[in-house]
Design a protein around this ligand. Sequence first.
Ligand code: FE2
Length: 329
Amino acid sequence: MENVLKILKIPFSVFMAVFTALTSLSVGNNFNIKKPDDVELTAALISDTHIRTMLYSRILLKPGLDDISKHVKPDLFISAGDNVDCGNEQNWQALGNMFDKYLSVDRKILSIGNHDTWVSYDTPHDFEPAKANFIKYAGEIMGEEIDNVYFTTEVNGYSFIVLGQEEPRTGSTISEEQLLWFEDALAAAAEKSEGKPIFVINHQPLNFTHAVGDNEHSNGFYSNETSDRIKSLLCEYKNVVYISGHQHYNLDADGTGEVENFKTVETLAEGVTLINLPSYEYGTCFTGGQGLFGQGIVMYVFADRIELCGRNFFLSNWQKDFDVTIELI
Ligand SMILES: [Fe+2]
C-alpha cells in the first residue's frame, strides 16, 4: 500500500503543478513589486522544499525561484529546513544546481530539517553522513564556511542565529552543547544589534506553540525541557523573531484556517515573535486541505516594525489574506 501511494504521489504532483500554473494564468499575476524606500532588509522566507532529483521537483521549484529573483529581489533568501527530501549527495546537488541557475539573491541562509538528516530511506539512519552533506552543500549554497548544523551570520547588520537538530529524527533534538552555544550567541547578537531585531531559525516550532502539543506528532521538540529552555532564552531579549517550518500548514493570519488553534505568527512574550512557515512543496492539498504549494512570506524589516506579506512564489501572487505587522519595541 505504501508503495502504491508513493507511485501515485508523482503523477499527482505533476498534475497539481500544471493545475497551479493554469490557476496562475486565470487569477493573474502580481509581478511589479516596489520595495518601500525605508526598508532596511527584505527577505524571502520559504521552508520544506523537499527537493529530489525527479523532474517534478524542478517543475515546482523553478517558478518560485524565478519569482523571488526577478520580482521580489530580496537581500536575503531563507529556507527553514527540509531543503531536500533525503539528505544524500544527489538531492543536494539537484538543489544546488537549481539555486545556481535560477536563484539570484546575494545572501542565502539554510537551516537543517529532519529530512536533511538522513541519507537513505532504506537503511537505519546515520546522522554523520547527512550532517557532512549539510555542512558541505548548504555551506556552498550560502557561500559561507560552516562547521556544524548550527551557526550565526549577519545580513545588512541584522543577526541571524541558526539552530539545528543533531539526531536523524522527525522532531527536534538539540544538545546541551548547542544550548550553551545558543545562550552565548544570543547574548553576542543582542550586544551587537543594539535593539535591532535578532532572527533565530530552527526547522521545528517550539512545543505548545503553533498548535504543537506535547510533541505527540513529532511536530516540535522531543523534549519539553529543551523547548522550554529555548523559550526562556528567547524571552530574555526584545525584538526576537523565531522562524520555523516543518508542519506544512497553510499561511493563516487569524487562526481561522484549516488547522484548529494554528496561527502562522504568534507572540511568545512581549517583543518575542514566532513564525511557522508553510511548506513550499507540499500544500495542504496533499493532506486533504485546500492550500496549494508555493506559499511563503516576504519579510520587510524597517527601523520600527517588521511587515510579513504572504506570497505564493509559484504563482507570483500576493496572498491578500495574509498581512501581519510586528511592531518593534
Ligand atoms: Fe517537511
